[in-house]
Write a protein that binds this ligand. Structure first.
Ligand SMILES: Cc1cc2nc3c(=O)[nH]c(=O)nc-3n(C[C@H](O)[C@H](O)[C@H](O)COP(=O)(O)OP(=O)(O)OC[C@H]3O[C@@H](n4cnc5c(N)ncnc54)[C@H](O)[C@@H]3O)c2cc1C
Length: 263
């Protein structure tokens, strides 16, 4: 079974701050990690490979430092990594990102299953998996919390619905997006990690020319949306001191709460 896992390197924080002047993410002083949902996807890929053999590849689009994320995935047991790195990929919205990832998957060609995290903790859109599936014309199973059965022709999964689940069967190849309940990702093995860093042969870099895409189709030029402004909402809390002795203050508090239908 050949499995492609899409992974994104993200800042190790959910407290995203943007530069008010440029609107860009402030990355200084923030460690980068593999997007948490993607670690669960890697765990699926490695476990399925251990069971069914075949090849597992991770693909990431990002700047050169995303090699660290790919090396960590190899440390967890993934066979190979491909980094889509080209200045022209920069500024991509989710449409252009999905198009570029889709082109890379088309180039790899041999796959039974594509795995994604449900959502990245920085961009937070949860659009990439479904868009890549649409681009490739594949069935998509999102919010996967359990893989019940899989063979080389079909997969049966449980999709988390918040207060329950849905059991769905799909033919392969298919794309699934996974959530944290699915498994417990393993830690990278030090020997595999060292090998990944030593043998860069296991990590391939592809640029726009490798994907045979034009500059107009990718990055900022290929994006259908433009960010006009980014800002952090200002949170204003207004406090009020209740007057009178304790008994009066409690009475007033109950009145306010009841008036706002809170009790
Ligand atoms: C309107 C708009 C404009 C944007 N403009 C810019 C910009 O100018 N510059 C800029 O840097 N970013 C920009 N972005 C952010 C960029 O589009 C996203 O970082 C990227 O498309 C991934 O979306 P996401 O983070 O929401 O991923 P999600 O859809 O939340 O991620 C789901 C899963 O998809 C996979 N995935 C996501 N991204 C990647 C990736 N790069 N490589 C491999 N797998 C991946 C992972 O498995 C991940 O768990 C913009 C986003 C929007 C919505």
């Amino acid at each position: 079974m050949n499995i492609i896992t899409l992974i994104k390197q993200v800042p190790d924080t959910t407290d995203i701050k943007t530069d008010p002047k440029t609107g860009n993410l402030i990355r200084e002083g923030i460690e980068s990690i593999i997007n948490p949902d993607d670690r669960h996807a890697i765990e699926v890929a490695v476990s399925l490979k251990e069971k069914y053999k075949g090849k597992s590849i991770v693909v990431s689009m990002g700047p050169p430092q995303a090699i660290d994320a790919i090396s960590e995935a190899i440390g967890m047991g993934i066979d190979e990594g491909i980094l889509l790195a080209d200045r022209n990929f920069g500024g991509a919205d989710t449409w252009a990102t999905s198009f570029t990832l889709g082109k890379a998957i088309e180039k790899i060609n041999a796959y039974d299953l594509i795995l994604c995290g449900r959502q990245a903790i920085d961009g937070d859109t949860a659009q990439i998996g479904p868009q890549v599936a649409e681009f490739l014309g594949l069935p998509q199973l999102t919010y996967v919390m359990d893989i019940e059965e899989v063979d080389d022709r079909r997969i049966i999964v449980k999709r988390g619905l918040g207060n329950g689940y849905e059991r769905v069967e799909s033919p392969l190849p298919a794309l699934i997006t996974v959530i944290g309940e699915l498994n417990k990702p393993r830690y990278p093995r030090v020997d595999l990690l060292i090998n990944a860093c030593k043998e860069n042969a296991r990590i391939t870099l592809w640029n726009a020319a490798d994907l045979k895409v034009s500059v107009q189709e990718i990055g900022l030029s290929g994006s259908l949306t433009r960010v006009i402004k980014t800002f952090s909402p200002k949170v204003k809390r207004e406090g009020e001191m209740l007057k009178g002795d304790k008994g009066e203050a409690v009475g007033q508090l109950i009145e306010r709460l009841a008036g706002n239908y809170l009790i």
